[in-house]
Design a protein around this ligand. Structure first.
Ligand code: G3P
Ligand code: MG
Length: 271
């Protein structure tokens, strides 16, 4: 597998990125969702959300609390990995997935390594902030330990965290995720520059033509989430973006590849 590059080579379609694994077909951020994404040809990358357990292990979980996607309650950070492993992380989606457990990042990497790139989205808890460096170190050291540094993109809504991660680990590939409430009116180039990011990620409804022009001028790769309908994919790919995050990545591969604009990429400005 080639090392991760923020932009596809010139003339190639945007990356297809399975958002929280193949989360339209299996419970998000579980081994079942990652396994489904790995076995689908045409998926380039897998996005997952990570945070810390009480004992400092990096786990894959979107929400800060457990109730939406597991049989547990309360903050995930209050429980040890062993306690979290008791929870059923699949029944909420479908009883057939009752045996799914919250995976650790280490487990996800062991499974995905050599098959797909990983977009590790680091969730920081705005109410209970970790001390600077704690989360960044835990995540990157896990990836380094697994020998996967070249196959990972780190991203976050927390741009300070990304800037700090990049300072601590200058050879990483990092992206900033746009938060319309927090970042409204700020250009992608400015947000990315502060964190030394080469990727700008935003929601489909947030992307304006002026933002896109600014990102393109700055040589940034632009990834858009969450594109689940063919119409959304066609429209967005035609703008000349570089990555598409989708819950149904398996269903949109053909549309991404055949959309007008898909072949118009250039990576000459890549960071
Ligand atoms: O990384 C893009 C996307 O995953 C950010 O939103 O809430 O799905 O993690 P969310
Ligand atoms: Mg995410």
């Amino acid at each position: 597998m080639q090392p991760f590059h923020p932009k596809p080579p010139a003339g190639r379609p945007p990356y297809v990125i399975a958002h929280r694994g193949l989360s339209g077909k299996a419970p998000e951020n579980t081994p079942a969702a990652f396994s489904a994404a790995c076995s689908t040809p045409g998926i380039d990358m897998i996005e997952l959300d990570v945070r810390l357990s009480r004992d400092g292990e990096v786990i894959a979980l979107h929400d800060r609390t457990l109730q939406r996607t597991t049989t547990g309650n309360g903050r995930a950070r209050s429980y040890t990995t062993a306690e979290l492993k008791q929870l059923d992380a699949g029944s909420w989606f479908d009883p057939a997935f009752a045996s799914e457990r919250i995976p650790t990042l280490r487990e996800v990497i062991a499974f995905v390594r050599g098959k797909r790139w990983l977009n590790i989205e680091i969730k920081s808890d705005f109410w209970f902030r970790e001390r600077p460096g704690v989360l960044e170190r835990a995540v990157v050291e896990t990836v380094k330990d697994c020998g996967c540094e070249d196959y990972v993109l780190y991203s976050s809504f927390d741009h300070r965290l990304i800037a700090n991660l990049k300072r601590m680990y200058p050879h990483t590939q990092v992206g900033v995720i746009y938060n319309i409430w927090h970042d409204f009116g700020r250009l992608p180039s400015k947000l990315a520059a502060r964190a030394h990011a080469s990727v700008f990620v935003c929601a489909k409804f947030e992307l304006t033509r002026s933002m896109l022009r600014d990102a393109q001028r700055a040589g940034l790769a632009v990834y858009v989430y969450t594109l689940n309908s063919r119409q959304d994919v066609r429209k967005t790919v035609a703008l000349g973006i570089h990555g598409v995050l989708s819950d149904v990545a398996d269903e949109i591969i053909g549309v991404v590849q055949s959309s007008p604009g898909a072949a118009s990429h250039s990576n000459k400005n890549s960071a």
